[in-house]
Write a protein that binds this ligand. Structure first.
Ligand code: A3P
Length: 290
């Protein structure tokens, strides 16, 4: 496992010390104050996080793209575990939009007694592997893995940032009976984007006109988001982010894994998937329907 040295582990979860506030995460778990009006986007990396941030930002601005055009993602909806976010979060006004990739056991405890709303976006883990591979194949994360096989094996072993996808999804899905928790899949956004936006509006208690919904759909489309991202001068507060800016919105499709997995990888993956997920309701995961 070549990449083990590049990670720092917080309660067994691999994180990237250059980005994640590894020294503070455990303290934040006890101290961070989640507010009742907070809206939290919860995802495993590469599951459509930026998409959901733009959808929510646009819902809150009634489809007007001024906010999404002028303020970068990490200021509109800071990732709570990222270095420097706490200072930004302190200056956010209610309702705060927050983002996180943290597994349930590392998430601030105050959330569990709050009325904060959480939208959890999940994606076919096979497509996550492909997306992650491209994300790490050049740029600041290129040292983590040398090739697709390493990303594939790392993912299966939970040796990727934020750990095992299987544990992550099962952990957060334990919240799905809470009325303040909405489970959305990347695939469902693809299948009927308009209906998904309406469902999210309803969950947030936001009443938008048809015209405003149309604006949300248009301004959160792949092509429009891609163009905005390429023009974003503050995309990530790091050096050498040109590659990440280009690759974060790479293809934006379902099922690209079929172009990458060998037959053996497909079988290995399916076997592990069955072992890990067999007690969960299959209807929750429309992976193969689009
Ligand atoms: P691909 O690499 O498969 O293209 P995250 O934001 O969690 O890092 O996820 C990134 C993935 O979400 C990328 O997948 C990206 O293309 C996809 N994505 C982001 N915005 C999208 C949109 N508007 N429509 C479809 N896919 C989108």
């Amino acid at each position: 496992m070549e990449n083990t040295n590049k990670f720092k582990f917080v309660k067994g979860i691999p994180l990237i010390p250059e980005i994640h506030d590894v020294e503070e995460i455990e303290r934040m778990c006890d101290d961070f104050e989640v507010r009742d009006n907070d809206v939290i986007i919860m995802t495993y990396p590469k599951s459509g996080t930026h998409w959901m941030i733009d959808i929510l930002s646009l819902i809150y601005s009634k489809g007007d793209p001024t906010w999404v055009k002028s303020v970068p993602y990490w200021k509109r909806s800071p990732w709570i575990e990222v270095k420097g976010s706490i200072g930004i979060i302190k200056n956010q006004v209610d309702p705060r939009l927050l983002t996180s990739h943290l597994p349930i056991q590392l998430f601030p405890k105050s959330y569990f007694t709050s009325k904060a709303k959480m939208i959890c976006v999940a994606r076919n883990p096979r497509d996550i592997i492909v997306s992650l591979y491209h994300f790490c194949s050049q740029g600041p994360f290129h040292a983590l893995y040398s090739n697709f096989e390493q990303v594939f094996d790392g993912f299966l072993q939970g040796n990727v940032f934020f750990g095992s996808w299987f544990d992550h999804i099962k952990g957060w899905l334990s919240r799905r009976d809470s009325e303040n928790f909405l489970f959305v899949t990347y695939e469902e956004l693809h299948q009927d984007f308009m209906a998904s936006v309406k469902k999210i509006c309803q969950f947030l208690g936001k009443e938008l006109s048809e015209e405003e919904i149309n604006l949300v759909v248009e301004n959160a489309s792949f092509q429009v988001m891609k163009q905005r991202m390429l023009e974003d001068k503050e995309f990530i507060p790091m050096k050498n982010t040109e590659y990440l800016k280009m690759i974060t919105l790479r293809k934006g499709i379902c099922g690209d894994w079929k172009n990458y997995f060998t037959v053996t990888q497909m079988e290995t993956f399916n076997q592990l998937y069955q072992e890990k997920m067999n007690r969960l309701d299959q209807d929750l995961f429309p992976w193969d329907q689009c």
